[in-house]
Design a protein around this ligand. Sequence first.
Ligand code: ZN
Length: 235
Amino acid sequence: MFKSLLSVFLQSPCPLCKRPAENIVCVYCQKQLESCQLTNPSHLWRGNLPLFAWGVYDNKLKQAIATLKYKNQPQLGMLLGQWLGNTWLSDSVSKKTRKLTVVPIPLHRERLKARGFNQAETIARSFCQRTGYSLQPQGLVRVRDTETMFGLDPERRQQNLKYAFAVGKIWQQQPPRCGSTRSARSPVLLLDDIYTTGTTVEEAARVLRERGIKVCGVAVVARATSFKSDRSRYY
Ligand SMILES: [Zn+2]
């Protein structure tokens, strides 16, 4: 009796609903999150910038990503990164790509200062722990703070992001294609929390490729529900 009472007090509340949770989220929220999972995460692993997505950016997953970013709950990023890693490893895509260097989409330093952490890096760290890939959070830097992209049409998004990224100092002298270490020779997998129109990751990939760095694709926790028209040119 005492033990079970104690365990109730020791459990930290679920960051999504405040119910007691034995793990990072409660059983109820975990079920709801799992219902956002895509049945075929590598459905769009093709074209210029192949995409791997764990789930659909809607309902509970949307709430979880917003809570992670705006309510300072990085443990949600660790959980989502672990799930993304599990799904990646069980998919045939991972069999084709043995060694990868994972580069999270960076935040501008002002935004990083305000938030305290980069959610893409938290997800990427956990993803790499699960998959065994190398993490390179300094592969890219955000040199321009871009306004919030929400509500902008694709053309404005693209203009807005032009020159937003640069190759990080770590790769400016020695890009990974001619590096001497094992991880430096492996292609880059970009990682972000959300994929909406793809403008952000396409710009990031362009900057790396311009320096001769191979980018094999992008992995995200959630992709927008209505984005097919934006990627129609890749079909
Ligand atoms: Zn919950």
